[in-house]
Design a protein. Structure first.
Length: 292
């Protein structure tokens, strides 16, 4: 049961991004951080369209959980392999990613492709800034393809992955703005501007620290400064992590401590036959949606 997984928090994120075994060398999370960066910000919400056969649908407690909700992503091999599978619409191996887009046009395209054969569609809107403030990662898929040298499996120069972001492991209730039946939006060609954006802005305003008389410019400047300081703090914590590793490597009771971190060769993932069967006809859909 997906409800049985603990609510994702920042400490769990760090535990899964750093290796279980210590190393005297820099680890992947230090070389290419996936943890939330407090200076990262979005001007628009993240959008996801889903239906009865999609993966990662909302649970009874309001979360959205990936099909590999505890997968470790602490080395380059695990990241590259899992991303490549996520990009391949023919590979339905459970992964740790939940796909979103910032493009309302992509949502409309997916609805047109799905609705006749998969029935009623639901739109979910989340606030990525709240997610980041809670220490939960949001990745730009096209940027990660570049970094890990993952080719576009469809030869479209990443056309299908523009505006495509992924959330790791789960989306918590705290960051979800709302859900809408697509049928209630379909009659309004300005659904994004008139419904989704106002809901996103209202949600963000409720989460914002109350104004104590400072001007908006001053407040934003303070937030930007605080964000930069938090990133500096993360860098300092990385350095502390390395120092602790060096200390651990001298521990004679831990003979493996100084010999690098464990590289996961393979993962004991369960197959998802029902998802594969239900989506067998969706050749192009998974190009953008992954485990949608």
């Amino acid at each position: 049961m997906t409800d049985d997984y603990p609510v994702l928090d920042q400490q769990t994120v760090l535990d899964r991004l750093y290796p279980e075994r210590t190393s005297v060398f820099k680890v992947e999370e230090q070389l290419h951080p996936w943890r939330a960066r407090y200076s990262q910000s979005f001007q628009e919400p993240l959008l996801r369209i889903w239906d009865r056969v999609s993966g990662s649908n909302p649970t009874k407690d309001g979360r959205m959980i990936s099909r590999a909700p505890e997968m470790r992503l602490d080395n380059a091999e695990a990241r590259q392999a899992s991303l490549a599978k996520h990009l391949d619409h023919s590979d339905w191996t459970p992964g740790p990613y939940i796909s979103f887009t910032t493009s309302p046009a992509m949502i409309e395209t997916l609805v047109r492709m799905r609705v006749d054969k998969r029935g009623a569609q639901t739109l979910t809107v989340i606030d990525p800034n709240i997610r980041i403030r809670n220490g939960l990662p949001v990745l730009d898929l096209a940027a990660e393809m570049d970094y890990y040298n993952i080719p576009d499996p469809y030869g479209k120069s990443k056309e299908y992955y523009l505006n495509h972001h992924v959330c790791l492991w789960q989306v918590t209730k705290a960051e979800i703005v709302d859900h809408w039946d697509w049928a209630s939006l379909a009659g309004n060609e300005y659904w994004y501007q008139e419904i989704s954006i106002p809901a996103f802005e209202t949600f963000a305003a409720r989460k914002r620290v109350p104004d104590n008389g400072n001007s908006l410019a001053t407040e934003l400047g303070a937030v930007e400064s605080a964000d930069e300081n938090m990133d500096d703090l993360q860098i300092a914590l990385d350095k502390l992590f390395v120092n602790e590793v060096l200390d651990d490597s001298d521990d004679s009771d831990r003979p493996d401590a100084a010999f690098g971190y464990h590289l996961e060769g393979e993962y004991d993932w369960d197959s998802d036959d029902s998802a594969a069967e239900a989506n067998a006809a969706d050749d192009i859909i998974k190009i953008i949606e992954g485990d949608w």
